[in-house]
Design a protein around this ligand. Structure first.
Ligand SMILES: C[S@@+](CC[C@H](N)C(=O)[O-])C[C@H]1O[C@@H](n2cnc3c(N)ncnc32)[C@H](O)[C@@H]1O
Length: 351
């Protein structure tokens, strides 16, 4: 099997670019907030050997099982946690896993979820309309479809799917309720918007909208990005791969705002916000996959990579030479914590 292919057949997207973005180094400590099948995680562990440590988070218990299998060879330096990344900070504090050298978000769905979960993410096979990353939590897509008003459905499909024919779709859904299966929903959308005119299936946007709503994807991303910044150590990297414009817009705005000094409204005569840049943009523009990769892995076609590096305000922390030395020592010590490694081994053994 090719090293980049996971047992779930999920090919990690922009693998080389992501590793370069994280600036993975031996002995480094990394958080993969969307560990999935463990493709990126495995590469991080291999490149941070010896001494590297990885905390992998995923909301989907099946993803954690797949990652556990994939990362078996690195189990003494890996901690896997089945949780939502909206709890990123609590998780890192709980396991004493901070500060870190890099944090990765590879948003959206894995191929395992799309093709083999039976949870209704895809309209290629018939399945119940569930769409929860964690099947033990929250409401399903069927709950939303069958209980929302027509106006609410139209708004959701418009806002989260950027679907211009959202009103026609919502109206037909309401007429055909109850709608409980993927193929039924896909047929309704096709009927509402007319037959396919491009390579993209007409139900793609509606399915995306429901998945975003079910998993509170945009809300959780906004919260997690704010937490991520607090966990990064000196020069730590924040790396985000997103797959649709709504996610990318959130990431872009967040990074740009955190890279700025004053964020007072333009008309304010004197700065009152006191905002200081906490991130440096590593690339001002988004990075997209090479043509070869898109050909080999069509799932990567919509990927957008953004990278930022943690900045600290030196003057906020030190004002004398003595303090500067102390700060340098603390910084050097903070990366090496043998007690943490022992803790990781114990937790992995219990998982
Ligand atoms: C694109 S896949 C990651 C694939 C992974 N990078 C690899 O190489 O195998 C995205 C994963 O993120 C998880 N996920 C999405 N939103 C999440 C959230 N809010 N909290 C935790 N996991 C999430 C999904 O369950 C899915 O397994």
């Amino acid at each position: 099997m090719s090293p980049s292919k996971s047992p779930s057949n999920h090919i990690p997207v922009m693998l080389e670019e992501v590793m370069a973005a994280l600036a993975v180094q031996a002995g480094g400590r990394y958080v993969d907030c969307t560990v999935g099948g463990g493709g990126h995680a495995l590469e991080i562990l291999e490149r941070s050997y010896p001494g590297g440590q990885l905390l992998g988070i995923d909301a989907d218990p099946d993803a954690i099982k797949a990652a556990q299998k994939k990362l078996e060879g690195h189990k003494h330096s890996t901690l896997l946690v089945n949780d939502n990344f909206v709890n990123l900070q609590t998780t890192c504090i709980k396991y004493d896993f901070f500060p870190v050298h890099g944090i990765l978000f590879d948003l959206g769905l894995s191929s395992l979820q799309l093709n083999g979960s039976g949870r209704g993410f895809s309209f290629q096979n018939d399945a119940p309309l569930d769409m929860r990353f964690n099947p033990g939590q929250g409401i399903t897509a069927a709950d939303i479809i069958n209980t929302s008003s027509e106006a609410e459905l139209a708004r959701l499909i418009q806002n989260y799917g950027e679907e211009s024919r959202s009103r026609q779709i919502a109206s037909l859904i309401v007429r055909e309720r109850p709608v409980t299966s993927t193929l039924h929903l896909a047929r309704i959308v096709e009927k509402a918007v007319g037959p396919r005119t491009t390579r993209i299936h007409p139900a793609t946007k509606t399915f995306q909208a429901l998945r975003i709503a079910v998993n509170l994807e945009l809300e959780n991303l906004e919260v997690a990005l704010k937490q991520a910044i607090e966990l990064l150590g000196f020069d730590g990297r924040l790396v985000v791969l997103s797959y649709h414009s709504l996610e990318d817009r959130i990431v872009k705005r967040f990074m740009q705002r955190e890279a700025r000094g004053c964020i007072c409204p333009p008309a304010t005569p004197v700065c009152v916000c006191g905002h200081k840049p906490r991130l440096k943009l590593i690339r001002r523009h988004v990075i997209t996959p090479a043509e070869d990769e898109v050909r080999a892995n069509p799932r990567s076609r919509s990927a957008k990579l953004r990278i930022a590096q943690r900045l600290f305000e030196k003057d906020d922390c030190v004002d004398t030479e003595e303090l500067e030395t102390l700060w340098a020592e603390t910084k050097a010590r903070a990366w090496k914590r043998p007690a943490l490694l022992r803790k990781l081994e114990m937790v992995f053994a219990m998982a």
